[in-house]
Design a protein around this ligand. Structure first.
Ligand SMILES: [Zn+2]
Length: 491
């Protein structure tokens, strides 16, 4: 595709993203969107009263970008805040102060909202990475390094999603909370810079993510055509439902009545699933389980997390966990499963939660494998095969209002080299964009907020820092999460 000079200029900041080390998980537009969508799934009641409170909307949004903000300034709190290493002690810190009053005071409500925003980020990353991104790597034959930014671009273009997170964290309050719960030391200056960079990067993606739309489609056609598919494990509808389930359970944890042996909130296979694949190299045959508690690393191994077959014989398998005190377990059998056979995933009663309790209840997820090719009539019909590069998916992009992107359907066809090319009908008309304009947009002052409850973090360095800060921030946002990449790679 021929690109104008202006388009190249507009792509410059985003090319920083593309050239950055491998990225994982989701980007900021997605995180804010998932948190907001999850609100709509919470039933009427005290929890809904908090998450749906318009005065707390900005707090939840800022919670939803808080973990990645640490990456923007290359501070260790970013990784730490991604997991129950932050969620559990922060939850207990909140409970110790306001549990007895039922979280009715303004301070209690804003902290619960911030906790839930952070938890939404955590659950979104875990679910997307281990259920969806793992498939993207196999189906799109890609490292998926650009999937986080790409899926943000698709969300912006196809669904008109925006983000208003202003990054104004409680910079005078959070350092003390970090210290109280044993987290990495932060200063108001660090959090001010991190919030400014992250919110600026988010606004940049909202405004200019469309310039990456087609390129990311070309690179990851399976992902582009499945990220919103409810039948695809870990696709966006599951990010929302899993986050909402996590929120419900965190609310019980805040009350102190959450059972240690609670059932998983999401899994592949789902309970009583049929036609489970048998090939050990097929990503669809990898078991993934999401628990509503963070689990104590020391209690997770191949004797406490197993796949059991006929006569309760354990299947040889590799067990791994995601992240520092994450909620996600991966079990990969090292041998092919048998056709048309009942199995079950079993979580032992001797698993321990991060809060310190034995789960005390064994949990089983029964499932059955598919029939052999010559005996298909003995099993329920197999699902329609997912599109492949040989049978390409199709999408109709809908650009943001005011942009003339044409109306052509994106059709992906194999080229002579077996790769794919994209004919977008008419290219996105981004020729009017240039680098200075893009950077200005990225560094624009945050929109005015009302009732966020967040304490303003200085003047907002993003407004004065300009292009350089945005670039640094964007690069930082996609810096490698080496630990998780290693964990994912080992699974
Ligand atoms: Zn993240």
């Amino acid at each position: 595709m021929k690109r104008s000079t202006g388009l190249v200029g507009a792509l410059l900041p985003l090319s920083v993203l593309a050239l950055a080390p491998r990225a994982e998980a989701n980007s900021m537009v997605t995180h804010v969107w998932v948190a907001e969508q999850s609100i709509t799934q919470i039933e009427p009641g005290p929890l809904r009263d908090i998450v749906a409170d318009p005065a707390l909307r900005g707090v939840i949004q800022n919670g939803a970008i808080y973990p990645d903000s640490g990456y923007s300034v290359r501070h260790e709190y970013g990784e730490w805040a991604h997991w129950e290493s932050w969620v559990e002690p922060y939850l207990q810190w909140i409970r110790g102060r306001w549990g007895s009053e039922g979280y009715r005071s303004a301070d209690a409500r804003r902290h619960v909202a911030f906790l839930l925003g952070c938890a939404a980020h955590s659950m979104t990353d875990q679910t997307f990475d281990q259920y969806f991104m793992a498939r993207a790597r196999q189906h799109d034959r890609t490292g998926a390094d650009n999937l986080d930014i790409g899926s943000d671009a698709w969300l912006v273009v196809e669904h008109g999603v925006t983000s208003e997170a202003d990054g104004r964290f409680w910079v005078d309050e959070l350092p003390g909370i970090h210290a109280a719960v044993g987290g990495p030391a932060v200063t108001p200056a660090v959090l001010t810079e991190a919030g400014s960079l992250t919110s600026a990067g988010t606004r940049f993606l909202v405004r200019f993510g469309h310039t990456l739309y087609t390129a990311r489609w070309r690179e990851m056609p399976w992902s582009a055509s499945h990220y919103m598919d409810p039948d695809t494990p870990g696709a966006y509808p599951h990010l929302v439902s899993t986050t909402a389930a996590y929120w419900r359970f965190l609310w019980r944890r805040l009350q102190g009545d959450a059972p240690p042996g609670a059932a998983p909130i999401y899994s592949w296979p789902s309970p009583d699933q049929v036609n489970f694949p048998v090939g050990r190299d097929d990503i669809e045959s990898r078991v993934v389980v999401t628990t509503p508690w963070g689990l104590d690393d020391a209690s997770v191994n191949d004797t406490t997390v197993r796949i059991l077959g006929p006569d309760d014989a354990p299947v040889p398998a590799q067990v791994s966990r995601y992240g520092d005190h994450g909620n996600t377990l991966m079990i990969r059998s090292t041998a092919d499963l048998a056709y048309d056979t009942a199995y079950r995933v079993e979580l032992s009663a001797s698993l321990r939660t991060l809060e310190g309790s034995l789960t005390g209840t064994a949990r089983s997820i029964p499932f059955r494998t598919r029939c052999a090719p010559d005996r298909l009539a003995m099993c329920p019909p197999l699902p329609t095969p997912r599109p492949t590069l040989a049978a390409p998916p199709v999408s109709t992009p809908r650009p943001p209002p005011g942009l003339d992107a044409g109306s052509g359907t994106v059709v992906i066809e194999p080229d002579d080299a077996g790769a794919v090319v994209v004919d977008a009908g008419e290219a996105l008309d981004a020729a009017t964009l240039d680098a200075p304009a893009a950077l200005d947009a990225g560094a624009a002052a945050p929109p005015a907020t009302e009732g966020c409850g967040c304490r303003a973090g200085g003047s907002g360095s993003g407004a004065s820092g300009g292009a350089g800060l945005v670039l640094v921030g964007l690069a930082g946002l996609v810096r490698s999460r080496r630990r998780r990449a290693l964990s994912a790679g080992a699974s």
